[in-house]
Write a protein that binds this ligand. Sequence first.
Ligand SMILES: Nc1ncnc2c1ncn2[C@@H]1O[C@H](COP(=O)(O)OP(=O)(O)OP(=O)(O)O)[C@@H](O)[C@H]1O
Ligand SMILES: Nc1ncnc2c1ncn2[C@@H]1O[C@H](COP(=O)(O)OP(=O)(O)OP(=O)(O)O)[C@@H](O)[C@H]1O
Ligand SMILES: [Mg+2]
Ligand SMILES: [Mg+2]
Lengths: 255, 255
Amino acid sequence: MAVIISIVNQKGGVGKTTTAVNLSASLAVAGRKVLLIDLDPQANATTGLGVSKKELKISVYRYIMDPEAPLDGIIPTMIDRFFLLPSNSELVGAEVELVEADDRAFRLRNFTERVRKDYDFIIIDSPPSLGLLTLNSIVASDGIIITLQCEFYALEGLSALMNTFERVKESLNPSIKIFGIILTMYDIRNNLSRQVMEEVKKHFGSLVYNTVIPRNVRLGESPSFGKPIILYDATSKGSQAYIDLAREFLSKVGK
Amino acid sequence: MAVIISIVNQKGGVGKTTTAVNLSASLAVAGRKVLLIDLDPQANATTGLGVSKKELKISVYRYIMDPEAPLDGIIPTMIDRFFLLPSNSELVGAEVELVEADDRAFRLRNFTERVRKDYDFIIIDSPPSLGLLTLNSIVASDGIIITLQCEFYALEGLSALMNTFERVKESLNPSIKIFGIILTMYDIRNNLSRQVMEEVKKHFGSLVYNTVIPRNVRLGESPSFGKPIILYDATSKGSQAYIDLAREFLSKVGK
Ligand SMILES: Nc1ncnc2c1ncn2[C@@H]1O[C@H](COP(=O)(O)OP(=O)(O)OP(=O)(O)O)[C@@H](O)[C@H]1O
Ligand SMILES: Nc1ncnc2c1ncn2[C@@H]1O[C@H](COP(=O)(O)OP(=O)(O)OP(=O)(O)O)[C@@H](O)[C@H]1O
Ligand SMILES: [Mg+2]
Ligand SMILES: [Mg+2]
């Protein structure tokens, strides 16, 4: 039975996709079977794994509209045991199309419950908003991971995210947990990074992962080659950090 | 009569708010009367100018729901001639509340047309999505400015943004123009930055501003002090870049 995790933060550009892709790849390399679901109409996780969103015939949109549809939308990646349910721009329409549907918050969950037995982990990349897609992601999950860029605006948005989390926990998914907060794009030369880190550790204590993802040029380059960092440059600090993160994650979820 | 501009890009974290705040401040310092509208429920432009979103009694939400409401929601900033229409989290509800309204794409425009005569420039900061709020922003504007982080994923999203722009131009706002593309967080040490810049200049030519905003730590620090960069550190490369940008902008729009 898979553990299902959403990578969330409504603040844009804080490393959600980079973490979803590279944590998934690192878990697969560590021998786990992983499904990455790209729930962002921007489809960055899809492109970052070398899949052309324009040529896609089936995307996650099909399963949001019909959770019982045949599973041929799930595609392999270049890493063994690592599968992707890709996205494309048709997902943009879902938020409006589902406004009237009573089960609009449960569409993704209906799909993930169906495939949960086939994987060790299901990781969901969400868009930069607290709308219906992110809601679907949190409702479908056992826990959330918050990626937090070490910057002022990113810290600012944390309380809104926590409020949304509490509301979902009370009404839609009582068993959801916070698996942790991951600090991303940490720049050791920059005071602001250190101040944000100290502030977050003060408020959230042990929820904050010990593994910190440094700002690393190779992480920004790897999606342009359609590869996770471990295939693009396994010797880089970025790749090493995501391997460390996968190890810490496995010990925290007890697998 | 004000020139009205939206700062847009559905990709998150690409410098929309930083550009909206610092271009507005630099135009005000150059003697223009400017209204900055924060149309993002995250309210980063509001916080970045030292305004407490929790204590706000009136936000832009009031004018989206009632464009004829009294104008006491517009507040002065610490810079002469620079005014703010702040945001807070009540704006989150607008997208769903307006789904049935026939004029849902024109709400902000009804407000900006009312106040256009009072300013030289109205600048609108939009959220990281192509939803109803960003649609309102584009429909209310004479032109859009696209902030583009010099990274692969940011470049990737440009075609989706251009499609949305064309659709709005055809059906909702035929006179809308693209005022330009501004490259942000340019890192001179990083090949990827240079490659993205060359790619963008190849496709968009003179639409790309000559002024490039460098990655600059002081720009990331200034919002935590509630100040635009020109007040936080006028000697920084970040501040100088936004002053140059304001000058280039004024010459491009002929004011
Ligand atoms: N540790 C890092 N070092 C350097 N660059 C990074 C790092 N993590 C992410 N990036 C780059 O920063 C940008 C933002 O990261 P990413 O797209 O993963 O964030 P996101 O939260 O998914 O954004 P969005 O809110 O748009 O979905 C991307 O261009 C990415 O390549
Ligand atoms: N030129 C720069 N140099 C260094 N840091 C920058 C620069 N421009 C913006 N930043 C920082 O990068 C982060 C992202 O910028 P900003 O919040 O302005 O982007 P945005 O596009 O408005 O994000 P969102 O999509 O969440 O609205 C912020 O923490 C900001 O302080
Ligand atoms: Mg993303
Ligand atoms: Mg912003």
